[in-house]
Design a protein around this ligand. Structure first.
Ligand code: CA
Length: 226
């Protein structure tokens, strides 16, 4: 059965982006748009994990977490604003499992969600495999057979996105949103640059084709021998 995630976030466009991304990853989601509604939903016991914004109408995220922790040990990831270090500390002291700093990328979000759910449910695989490629989400490393790939962090993130969506056609916009985040306003040509880096470090280096251009649509990922 799909794991259920509660998104408590008053900014509707952010709640929606998070929901779409998590649903695409196979989770079942519901949204609550203020603290009181969020607390009631969290206490229903229907959810495996809550994503909890700090600044909320009616009841803020800290008050909600405090009230929740009196009755529930469900997983909670706080969504905090950049630079508010006290917020992160306070959230963790009140019993949050993790926090994400806004703005966060969708890849970061899904990675944290997986980790938090693994803590609550136990034992989810963190190694992705595609043909002879292997990627460790926790360590941020990747290998072709036994040889470790020498990837910059963003290259690794792009590769992780492709391996998570192997066999699907990924548009440049989806890649930008998935790796650079929902608020990234840059040029989709950036994606072509990263595709070139990855092709030189994987496809050309090992003589196996992973990255395939789908004309007019974007790219697809999967091992093919030429
Ligand atoms: Ca808010």
């Amino acid at each position: 059965m799909a794991e259920k995630i509660l998104i408590i976030e008053d900014e509707i466009h952010i709640a929606r982006m998070i929901r779409l991304e998590l649903e695409r990853e196979g989770y079942t989601c519901a949204c609550a748009y203020d603290g009181e509604e969020g607390l009631a939903a969290a206490l229903s016991g229907e959810y495996d994990l809550a994503l909890l914004d700090v600044m909320l109408p009616k009841m803020d995220g800290f008050a909600l977490l405090k009230a929740l922790r009196e009755r529930s040990e469900m997983g909670v990831i706080m969504l905090t604003a950049r630079g508010e270090i006290d917020d992160r500390v306070q959230g963790l002291e009140l019993g949050a499992d993790d926090y994400l700093i806004k703005p966060f990328s969708m890849r970061e979000l899904t990675a944290r969600v997986r980790t938090a759910l693994r803590h609550t449910a136990g034992g989810e695989e963190h190694i992705l495999r595609c043909g002879k490629l292997r990627l460790d989400r926790l360590q941020g490393r990747a290998w072709f057979e036994e040889e470790e790939l020498n990837l910059a962090h963003k290259e690794w993130e792009v590769l992780a996105y492709f391996m998570t969506h192997a066999g699907e056609v990924c548009s440049r916009e989806e890649l930008l949103r998935g790796v650079w985040g929902y608020d990234y306003m840059g040029d989709t040509n950036l994606i072509d640059v990263y595709i070139r880096y990855l092709r030189s470090k994987i496809d050309q280096r090992f003589g196996v084709q992973y990255l395939h251009t789908v004309r007019g649509l974007g790219y697809t990922f999967g091992e093919r021998h030429e």
